[in-house]
Design a binder for this molecule. Structure first.
Ligand code: APR
Length: 165
């Protein structure tokens, strides 16, 4: 059974085997957490992403982490763009589920997630936090440590609240 924790900080500073980036389908990088991870990993990340792109919303694909060592893997996932229809919750849940499956394939024992889709893609933070925690709890994994990394107080509170539920 994995330990699940919430931290307030920068995902590029986490000491884990794999970090998840909230990407777009091109896997070439962008702003937000994706931009931070690509800046920290260096240009090899976009090259490796381009070689395995596209990544569909709800799916996840892994590359090496390059200059982010000792982090070994970056798991790229594409969240849903929030418009308010029903399918987005399922797509977001799929992001978390697929990332854990990919982490298991990589034999990553520790993995860090950002709050996928809650920035540029506009997914409501509280609802996204509930989906994230529920999906992680429901997905069998060999990982022993799962870390949610909040970049701001509101996201941190939402994740702590979801975890307490
Ligand atoms: N560490 C942890 N979390 C971060 C960091 C960081 N260094 N930088 C930003 N975040 C947080 C944001 O505050 C937000 O809570 O990551 C969460 C996700 O926001 P975005 O990065 O905007 O991701 P998303 O909403 O999924 O939008 C993805 O934005 O950057 C582009 O290429 C990306 O097109 C894609 C879209």
């Amino acid at each position: 059974m994995a330990t699940i924790e919430v931290v307030l900080g920068d995902i590029t500073e986490q000491r884990v085997d794999a970090i998840v980036t909230a990407a777009n389908e091109s896997l070439l990088g962008g702003g937000g957490v994706d931009g931070a991870i690509h800046r920290a990993a260096g240009p090899g990340l976009a090259e490796a992403g381009a070689a395995i792109a596209p990544c569909d919303p709800g799916d996840a694909k892994a590359t090496p982490a390059f200059d982010l060592a000792p982090v070994q893997h970056v798991i790229h996932t594409v969240g849903p763009v929030w418009t308010g229809d029903d399918g987005e919750a399922d797509t977001l849940a799929s992001c978390y589920r697929r990332c854990l499956q990919v982490a298991d394939e990589l034999r990553a024992s520790s993995i860090a997630f950002p709050a996928i889709a809650t920035g540029v893609y506009g997914f409501p933070t509280d609802q996204a936090a509930r989906i994230a925690v529920a999906t992680i709890r429901a997905t069998p994994t060999n990982a022993t440590r799962i870390t949610f990394v909040a970049f701001d107080e509101a996201t941190h509170h939402a994740l702590i609240t979801a975890l307490a539920g």
